[in-house]
Design a protein around this ligand. Structure first.
Ligand SMILES: Cc1cc2nc3c(=O)[nH]c(=O)nc-3n(C[C@H](O)[C@H](O)[C@H](O)COP(=O)(O)OP(=O)(O)OC[C@H]3O[C@@H](n4cnc5c(N)ncnc54)[C@H](O)[C@@H]3O)c2cc1C
Length: 409
């Protein structure tokens, strides 16, 4: 019988320590500067590329860790370093994984290297799904992809919003409607190659947190791309659409819906791990501060009111990590997410990050409210986790529907 262990193996510990070293030595010292500049930290990405952290290989190695803990471990350490810079580093990976998961061998070989560039000339990639009228409600997507059979080209039109690396990416992955009758099942993903005419950056958002990560609108005006840029290829798409029409006619859509749900359940723990990283970072600063700041002749941690907060912070962080690890393990072990455990982990960890970073600001008093100390930035950064990759309300909706089997609205 397999031995049960909660310990990372030696290889995992080595990787974790290596990433932690990069986060501590390269990301942390650069965090405040790039937050103020509100710009993509190209030199830090380049540094990550040089040591091998910014590469598909790195991402793939963590992704294929048989215990499932490679990705959450990497995310926690990078986001412990700094959330904005970390998102700039992993944003490309999120787009690349879409190509690896759904693309053909040829698409993977052609486009992934162009997403990352080289350590001397780094590039980034963007994943563009959200639209001004289609955030939580993905089914309201309007961006259209129409096939021009004569030229074997797809023509994309629409406006994407909130795209991480949108407009500055070398390669954009764009989700668009190919069959409006089928709702979300009529969506497909496309690769927009570098310098394609018609794709432009709309407004770049000035944000509350993760300001080192570039977020912008992407406008698509008669963007023509070769037929070969449809992820997975036309044959596979036609088969999928035919099956969806057949199911719609026969009244069964459950299996397709469950397949999409399973994908989200497997990817959400990664966002939970990011939140754990930010929460842990703020907790560590608060713990150190509480032990050294003296008021009324003793360290402030000598007050139960402060010490108990730290005890709760640590307990919640560890609980969040356990939910993330459970869901990540379930994903690789092929266990069904019968209670939406992936969504649970994202919901809990993201709420914990918001709470813990707010408590850290409080424990640092006036200093916590200034940019002299990092908890102010961590508190702003943490607000993103309850919003992207499905808001907390959407996670609750998914969990409630899954545990009840009811169509809760
Ligand atoms: C910094 C940042 C980076 C992002 N990066 C990307 C990216 O790279 N690619 C991409 O495609 N998208 C990206 N997003 C978009 C992100 O996924 C969306 O913002 C998110 O899905 C929420 O959509 P929305 O902003 O339109 O909010 P809305 O859907 O309008 O929601 C507004 C509020 O209403 C609530 N609400 C909505 N529906 C319900 C319901 N049925 N029940 C209860 N409450 C509900 C929500 O929970 C929320 O509180 C990013 C967003 C941000 C802010």
């Amino acid at each position: 019988m397999a031995e049960f262990t909660m310990e990372l193996n030696d290889d995992q510990k080595q990787v974790r320590d290596w990433i932690h070293g990069f986060a501590a030595d390269v990301m942390r010292p650069a965090a405040a500067e790039w937050d103020e500049r509100e710009e993509t930290p190209w030199p830090v990405i380049q540094e990550a590329a040089k040591v091998g952290i910014y590469s598909l290989d790195f991402y793939a190695q963590q992704f294929f860790d048989p215990t499932g803990l490679g990705i959450p471990m990497a995310m926690e350490e990078l986001f412990w370093g700094d959330a904005g810079i970390a998102l700039s580093i992993v944003g490309t990976g999120l787009a690349a994984i879409g190509v690896v998961a759904n693309g053909t061998e040829e698409q993977i070989g052609t486009w992934i290297p162009q997403m990352y560039g080289t350590p001397d000339d780094v590039k980034v990639a963007a994943f563009c799904s959200s639209e001004p009228d289609a955030g939580s409600d993905v089914g309201s997507m309007r961006t259209r992809a129409v096939y021009d059979r004569a030229k074997d080209e797809w023509v994309l039109n629409g406006t994407k919003t909130w795209a991480t690396n949108g407009g500055i990416a070398n390669v954009h992955i764009v989700v668009a409607v190919v069959d409006p009758e089928l709702g979300t099942k009529g969506h497909a993903s496309f690769i927009v190659p570098p310098n394609t005419p018609g794709l432009s950056q709309g407004q770049k958002f000035k944000k509350h947190g993760i300001r080192a990560s570039h977020t912008a609108e992407v406008v698509l005006e008669d963007v023509r791309i070769p037929g070969s840029c449809l992820l997975g290829g036309k044959e596979k798409l036609d088969e999928r659409l035919a099956r969806a029409h057949e199911r719609a006619r026969s009244g069964g859509g459950e299996r397709v819906k469950n397949a999409a749900m399973a994908t989200f359940e497997a990817s959400r723990p990664a966002v939970g791990a990011m939140a754990v990283g930010t929460a842990r970072a703020a907790y560590e600063v608060a713990l150190d501060y509480a032990k050294t700041r003296t008021q009324f002749g003793r360290p402030i941690i000598d007050n139960q009111g402060v010490a108990f907060q730290l005890a709760d912070m640590r307990t919640q962080i560890d609980a969040a990590r356990l939910l993330v690890w459970r869901a990540s393990w379930m994903a690789v072990a092929g266990r069904p997410f019968e209670s939406a455990e992936g969504s649970m982990s994202k919901l809990f960890a993201s709420e914990v990050a918001k709470k813990v970073t707010a408590q850290a600001v409080q424990i640092l008093g006036g200093n916590g409210f200034t940019r002299e100390y990092p908890v102010e930035r961590m508190h702003r950064d943490s607000a993103i986790y309850t919003i992207f990759e499905g808001t907390s309300e959407i996670q609750r909706l998914v969990i409630a529907r899954t545990i009840s089997g009811m169509p809760i609205r």
